[in-house]
Design a protein around this ligand. Structure first.
Ligand code: 6PG
Length: 248
């Protein structure tokens, strides 16, 4: 299943995403006793994370059974303003009772390739069957078609073995650590959140144009045995030819 759901505003988008998180968490915990989620960085999910930390949503999740990973990280210390870990900690993790040992951050302060290998090791211990079966992966999309830290014309999007790689991204003058499509596409559910008029042309190109994963790495997101939902706001959906009716 691959569907596009258009929400009227960034707030409605955050609410729809928070509802997906709550449902996925309760389904996974009922079925397997744990919920393994990979968070996204960027600015779009901040509203979502704050909502998840609010009493109504936070109270609906059994945080003691939640295991938190990240889809990507900027190679910066964990207290750096650019750190995806810091953003998630400040908006969400500091406000909910998730056990610290179950928060698996990427070590952006370490040598990038070593940090990627360490994260792969951590993930493989979490998924000893050899399949990175996240219950839910949250992703965003950059206006250049990147997702996680799979950037255009770099090699991470073509990785076939490793679950985690480090790559220097000249476009943003920074090393990044990222899950590869091998890991991301093993998820049971992937939700990509996109908001803002600056993403409209790219969203239409990605969803309605030809496949070109080197130019548009987000097109490599295609769960092998799971669902993919695009939750997009009306501004980012403005150039789409076809989509569901906007939902409030
Ligand atoms: C990151 C991300 C990245 C992000 C997109 C969208 O670390 O930057 O994980 O893939 O999701 O760049 O970011 P915005 O929400 O800020 O547009």
């Amino acid at each position: 299943m691959n569907r596009v759901v258009v929400l009227e505003s960034p707030e409605a988008l955050a609410r729809a995403a928070a509802e997906r998180v709550v449902t996925a968490a309760s389904d996974a915990i009922a079925a397997r006793g744990r919920f393994v989620i990979a968070l996204t960085g960027g600015s779009t999910p901040k509203v979502l994370y704050r909502l998840l930390a609010s009493p109504v949503f936070a109270g609906a999740i059994d945080w003691v059974r939640v295991h938190v990973f990240w889809g990507d990280e900027r190679c910066r210390p964990p207290d750096d303003p650019a750190s995806n870990y810091r953003m998630a900690r400040e908006t969400l993790l500091d406000h909910v009772p998730v056990p610290p040992a179950q928060v698996h951050r990427m070590h952006g302060e370490d040598e990038p390739e070593q940090a990627a290998a360490a994260y792969e090791h951590d993930l493989r211990a979490t998924f000893p069957d050899g399949l990175a079966r996240f219950d839910l992966v949250l992703l965003g999309m950059g206006a250049n078609g990147h997702t996680a830290s799979l950037f255009p014309r770099l090699s991470a999007v073509r990785e076939r073995q490793r679950w985690v790689v480090a790559e220097h991204v000249a476009e943003v003058s920074m090393w990044r650590i990222t899950l590869t499509p091998v890991a991301l596409n093993s998820a049971a559910e992937i939700v990509i959140v996109v908001a803002g008029a600056d993403k409209a042309a790219m969203l239409a190109r990605v969803l309605e144009g030809p496949r070109a994963i080197d130019e548009l790495p987000v097109q490599a997101i295609a769960p092998e045995a799971g669902s993919l939902t695009w939750l997009v706001d009306a501004d980012s959906a403005a150039a789409l030819r076809t989509h569901d009716t906007p939902m409030t």
